[in-house]
Design a protein around this ligand. Structure first.
Ligand SMILES: NC(=O)C1=CN([C@@H]2O[C@H](COP(=O)(O)OP(=O)(O)OC[C@H]3O[C@@H](n4cnc5c(N)ncnc54)[C@H](OP(=O)(O)O)[C@@H]3O)[C@@H](O)[C@H]2O)C=CC1
Ligand SMILES: Nc1nc(=O)c2c([nH]1)NC[C@@H]1CN(c3ccc(C(=O)N[C@@H](CCC(=O)O)C(=O)O)cc3)C=[N+]21
Length: 309
């Protein structure tokens, strides 16, 4: 049997993200020129999780590249919840900081929701605070979680108007699946949210014009789950052993998504790769949210950052 050639367009999230970072940088420099406000982001990381360290470093570098202030607070994994809450209170009160991100997951002895809800909703650039989740649900302006926001920007750049399209979101987390579904509903898609208890997931996915996979299971979505011509957004970031058995034995890993890329690309119209798909958009949207929060802190309407590549 010969492999089917891939025919889907691979959506270049990395290039789109670079363009977005440039637009944020330009808008942030105009904000600073006009109002003397330099957007500032504080990232708090508790513990030594290596994947988190890489992500936090990328964020710091990209933030500075965008001409914004970036502070990283690294705390030992023995930090008490009380001390973490004290740091958040200090950052809430710091007028030079417009965005606060507490890297997840937190160590088990800390109650994540108590920590996330201690962040001022106006500085909650992750959009995880219950107030921002509520604003998104009722259609009020707030701060929208970065990963679903990045997915929506890619979808609108690729497809234009999404009205009436069937969207299936696989995953119902508060961080990705639920806000993704809210955003697609806001674009007048017909939205179905699937999860681990969904019956006949492959058949459900085959009805989707837009299929978003946010599951955390390497290559779970197969080619025959995809409707011909559909747009597939792969949010998954999964580390699996390297293909080369020698390297795998040395503990080398590679990153794959929640979608079996080659199979799905043979059927889909458009698909995001992993890496270089949704991941870079998450970071770019974090900067966009920090810019938005900085504008609102001085009562200025943020400039539109939406644009095609
Ligand atoms: N690219 C990026 O910037 C980011 C990527 N990620 C990645 O996205 C993925 C999802 O993250 P997150 O939402 O935080 O993960 P969670 O583990 O919080 O949620 C996973 C969801 O997938 C569902 N699920 C699990 N197994 C199945 C299954 N067999 N069939 C159908 N649904 C299933 C779960 O269902 P149930 O609720 O029933 O348990 C749950 O709703 C991960 O790979 C993560 O690394 C996350 C954040 C940012
Ligand atoms: N409070 C909080 N907010 C988050 O948004 C958050 C978090 N905690 N915890 C961890 C997850 C994961 N996440 C990623 C962001 C970017 C890439 C990214 O840039 N990925 C690149 C490189 C991938 C690689 O090679 O490792 C890519 O996909 O091309 C990946 C993962 C944000 N998260």
């Amino acid at each position: 049997m010969t492999a089917e050639p891939a025919r889907a367009t691979s959506i270049d999230g990395k290039a789109f993200a670079a363009g977005l970072v440039d637009r944020v940088a330009a808008a942030a420099s105009r904000l600073e020129g006009a109002h003397g406000v330099k957007p500032g982001l504080a990232v708090v990381i508790v513990g030594e999780d290596p994947a988190s360290q890489i992500y936090v470093r990328n964020k710091g570098e990209t933030t500075q590249r965008a001409g914004m202030r970036s502070d990283t607070h690294r705390l030992p994994d023995t930090t008490s919840q009380e001390d973490l809450l004290l740091l958040i209170a200090a950052l809430n009160a710091d007028a030079g900081i417009h965005g606060i991100l507490v890297q997840l997951p937190l160590p088990a002895h800390i109650d994540s929701s108590a920590v996330l809800d201690a962040i001022s909703p106006d500085k909650d650039v992750d959009g995880f605070h219950v107030v921002n989740a509520g604003r998104l649900a009722v259609g009020l302006p707030g701060l929208v979680p970065c990963t679903p926001l990045g997915c929506l920007m890619l979808l609108k750049a690729e497809l234009g108007d999404l009205t009436g399209l069937n969207a299936v979101v696989v995953g119902r987390s508060n961080i990705v699946g639920k806000p993704m579904a809210q955003l697609l509903l806001g674009e007048s898609c017909t939205v179905t949210i699937a999860h681990s208890r969904t019956k006949d997931l492959p058949a459900l996915c085959r009805a989707a014009d837009i299929l978003v996979a946010a599951v955390g299971r390497p290559e779970m979505v197969r080619g025959d789950w995809v409707k011909p011509g559909a747009t597939v957004i792969d949010v998954g970031i999964n580390r699996v052993p390297s293909k080369d058995p020698v390297k795998a034995a040395e503990g080398k890993t590679r990153v794959v998504g929640d979608v079996a890329f080659d199979e799905a690309a043979a059927v889909a119209g458009r698909i995001t790769p992993v890496p270089r798909g949704v991941g870079p958009m998450t970071i770019a949207c974090l900067l966009a949210n920090t810019y938005t929060a900085a504008c609102r802190s001085v009562g200025v309407e943020p400039e539109s950052l939406d644009a095609s590549i």
